[in-house]
Write a protein that binds this ligand. Structure first.
Ligand code: KG4
Ligand code: ZN
Length: 383
């Protein structure tokens, strides 16, 4: 079946069209079209994402992305879509709170022939509610126009299932370390589409900690890649100079009995360290970035190891934006090898937000008859 997937949960507008076949355990996906617009350059100057600004950007970019994808998939046919008045009134009502999107919708989409698509799936949460609404309302309006069913997808389920995009199969039970800008969770999936959160952060998410520490060090947004670059440099230089590192940061909750995390104290420890330095040099920043990344990695790997020992999963999945981090990837790879568990590690492009993973999660939900029409944006939707 051909599925159009839409993702607008944060600062990436993404659309994908996939052809999905196969069973829930052995699904197969062919990518017919895939487009993404990142708002990073816009938000960089403000050091973070402003939801209302992000919402406007999604409204501006979502239709050009859709047209690009339909063209790439060769199913964009300009035709005369004769829309009756009552249908148009319904679409106007759906898009009443997205005025900029409605203008573009009327201009570009009413003149298209109905494409050969079986379902539309869209992220309904978690994320920023104003931006989630853009995707949901757009999906509902398209569904109305083309008379195609629309289903909601949990963004974190998308991250969990993201390795399937590349043709991997998950052997259950599966354990996932989901690390992103808003989440840090160890999730056990005993069987497809069933999830149990074993542990999560009690305060900041890992990505959030990376972003905040980057700000403390005067590095650009998003902080993850910036810190990671500095930390890598520090590792290389330390190897050459054979020097000891000058900073020590805590490993929060390393020995707590549960599988929870906490990163806010680590961030504060970086802040206090920086405040004690009179003139912070680039060398100081590099050392701090490395020590911070090491501390985060150590805690993540230790807790994942503990979860593997207790729950004995057949597959380990590392996913979410922070899983693009080289050091974390390397250490999790070592852990999987040591514990002899199959590791699924989506390539970096699939680690950060994208619509392909939403399409994959949508397909499995449709296949299992769990898929439902989204009713509203749910910023705190949990697995
Ligand atoms: O999954 P994602 O794209 O969006 C959310 O759903 O939150 O994750 C974004 C987060 C940001 O906090 C960003 O700093 C972090 O992922 N990130 C990284 C790296 N690349 C992105 N963190 C550490 N190292 C990276 N290489
Ligand atoms: Zn995400």
């Amino acid at each position: 079946m051909k599925i159009l997937a839409i993702e607008t949960s944060c600062d990436e507008t993404a659309i994908a069209l996939i052809d999905a076949t196969g069973t829930i355990l052995k699904p197969k996906f062919k990518i017919l079209g895939d487009a993404l617009h990142s708002q990073v350059a816009l938000h960089e100057q403000y050091g973070g994402v402003f939801p209302m600004m992000a919402k406007r950007e999604h409204q501006k970019n979502i239709i050009p992305l859709l047209l690009h994808v339909l063209k790439k998939a060769k199913i964009l046919t300009k035709g005369k879509y004769i829309i009756n008045k009552s249908l148009l009134a319904k679409i106007k009502k759906i898009l009443a709170r997205e005025p900029e999107l409605l203008v573009e919708f009327e201009k570009h989409l009413l003149a298209l022939a109905k494409p050969n698509i079986d379902a539309i799936v869209v992220t309904e949460g978690p994320g920023l509610e104003p931006t989630l609404w853009v995707g949901i309302n757009f999906a509902l309006a398209l569904g109305k126009l083309w008379d195609i069913p629309v289903y909601g997808v949990n963004h974190m389920e998308g991250h969990f299932l993201s390795p399937l995009v590349e043709g991997s199969h998950i052997t259950y039970p599966a354990l996932s370390l989901l690390i992103s800008g808003g989440h840090t969770e160890l999730v056990l999936s005993p069987k497809p589409l069933v999830y149990k959160i074993l542990g999560k952060t009690r305060d900041d998410a890992v990505g959030e900690a990376f972003d905040k520490v980057a700000r403390i060090l005067g590095l650009p947004y998003p902080g993850g890649p910036a810190i990671s670059r500095l930390a890598d440099q520090a590792r290389k230089e330390l190897r050459i100079k054979n020097q000891e590192l000058s900073f020590t940061l805590p490993r929060p909750m390393l020995h707590s009995k549960d599988l929870d995390f906490s990163f806010s104290g680590l961030k504060t420890a970086v802040l206090y360290t920086v405040q004690k330095i009179e003139n912070i040099t680039n060398e100081n920043k590099k050392s701090l970035a490395k020590e911070f990344e090491d501390a985060v990695t150590e805690v993540l790997v230790y807790k994942t190891a503990k979860a593997i020992e207790v729950h004995k999963p057949k597959t380990l999945i590392l996913a979410g934006g922070v899983s693009a981090n080289k050091n974390i990837r390397k250490e999790i790879q070592k852990l999987a090898k040591k514990q002899k568990v199959k590791l699924l590690l989506p390539k970096q492009k699939l680690s950060t937000d994208n619509a392909l993973m939403i399409g994959v999660a949508g397909y499995l939900n449709i296949k299992s008859k769990k898929a439902k029409t989204p009713k509203k944006a749910n910023g705190n939707l949990s697995l």
